[in-house]
Ligand binder design. Structure first.
Ligand SMILES: [Zn+2]
Length: 363
């Protein structure tokens, strides 16, 4: 499999444009060998993981956490990050990370946690703003069908479970082609009126350039009259954290024990403000920044990791905080990526690491 083909699929799964500003989700090392025999999927790239990739003849390591997060000024092997990176380069193993872009997808890290919690139909806890655009294009009546179809197939007009969405209103467009123009309709240097549709479609940020390309390629006019608007609407399917309800309230202690059994590790929790839990909010990785959002949606329990001592006080008897550990709450992300790639490339070797990269032990 060609490296770029795998990357194209991963970028489809979690478009990099939805990563947080501090993140570094991308191809971190582009190997000279572009024909990949197998990929190895893990949470973190460590020396052990690179050794495993070498042993398995995996030409690409796909990790959730980016090996390089901030700038590197030298590569002297002074820490595990540098040693892992140098080893990957020497063995010509490409490295790719999909991190907060996968956190932010409604089918991403948090959806996998929902599955493990047994919660169906979860919603995004903090939907992203600024990732939706409105495209308005004016098109002669005879071409509205073909243009809409071209925009849809480039990804425009998809909202949740609905696709092929558009709005059309009829009107009259006027224009006067110059002496140098090459008009499809009308005559040079004469005012022309044309029965047109104002065609409106919603465009998600990641397909914007494809949609604009499709519009220009399929519009009959020499100069395409179109408007692109940034809209303030939240994207209901992209953002941080999730929340959802159990069909029936569950005894709080029983649920915490169940969660501990599912995720392993060590579970730290605050005082129980209520003995029954129905609404749960969660965030894979370090999610303490979402505590107030979890309270605002009326969650009984907020499940995440990396809470500091003083942050536990912020539960304030309004919500139960459960910190289950960073590695523990993201461990199933590996199988999420593996399942996706195996579905896309059924005959290709997509390997799930056999090494735990959790740096923390418990007694
Ligand atoms: Zn993480």
């Amino acid at each position: 499999m060609h490296l770029q083909e795998i990357i194209r699929e991963l970028n489809q799964f979690a478009p990099p444009i939805y990563q947080e500003s501090y993140d570094n989700s991308r191809l971190l090392y582009n190997s000279t060998n572009q024909e990949i025999e197998a990929v190895l999927v893990c949470l973190d790239v460590t020396e052990k993981i690179v050794d495993e990739a070498i042993a398995q003849k995996a030409g690409l390591i796909i990790s959730h956490h980016p090996l390089i997060f901030e700038g590197i000024k030298s590569l002297t092997g002074k820490n595990e990050v540098e040693r892992s990176f140098v080893k990957a380069i020497k063995n010509d193993i490409a490295i790719f990370a999909l991190h907060t872009n996968l956190d932010n997808m409604s089918h991403g890290v948090n959806a996998k946690i929902a599955e493990k919690l047994g919660i169906t139909n979860p919603k995004i806890l903090e939907p992203k703003r600024g990732v939706l655009k409105k495209l308005v294009v004016f098109v002669p009546k005879s071409k509205v069908k073909s243009l809409s179809e071209a925009l849809w197939s480039a990804g425009a007009g998809s909202i949740g479970e609905y696709d092929l969405c558009s709005y059309r209103s009829e009107g009259i467009g006027t224009f006067r082609p110059s002496a140098q123009a090459n008009p499809t309709l009308g005559v040079r240097e004469e005012l022309h009126s044309e029965a047109e549709f104002r065609l409106e479609v919603l465009v998600e940020q990641h397909c914007l350039s494809d949609v604009l390309k499709a519009m220009h390629a399929n519009h009959p006019y020499e100069e395409v009259a179109y408007e692109l608007y940034a809209i303030e609407n939240e994207h209901q399917y992209i953002g941080s954290g999730m929340y959802g309800d159990y069909a029936e309230p569950i005894d709080a202690m029983k649920l915490l024990k169940q969660i501990k059994n599912t995720f392993g590790g060590m579970l730290r929790y605050t005082h129980l403000p209520t003995s029954k839990i129905q609404r749960v909010a969660w965030c894979g990785g370090s999610g303490s920044f979402l505590l107030n959002k979890a309270k605002a949606v009326g969650a009984d329990l907020f499940l995440s990791s990396d809470f500091k001592y003083h942050q536990f006080f912020e539960a304030d008897n309004e919500i139960l905080i459960a910190d289950i550990g960073h590695y523990e709450n993201e461990q199933f992300t590996i199988s999420l990526i593996v399942e996706y790639l195996r579905k896309k490339f059924p005959t290709f070797a997509v390997l799930l690491t056999e090494n735990s990269t959790n740096p923390i032990n418990y007694i």
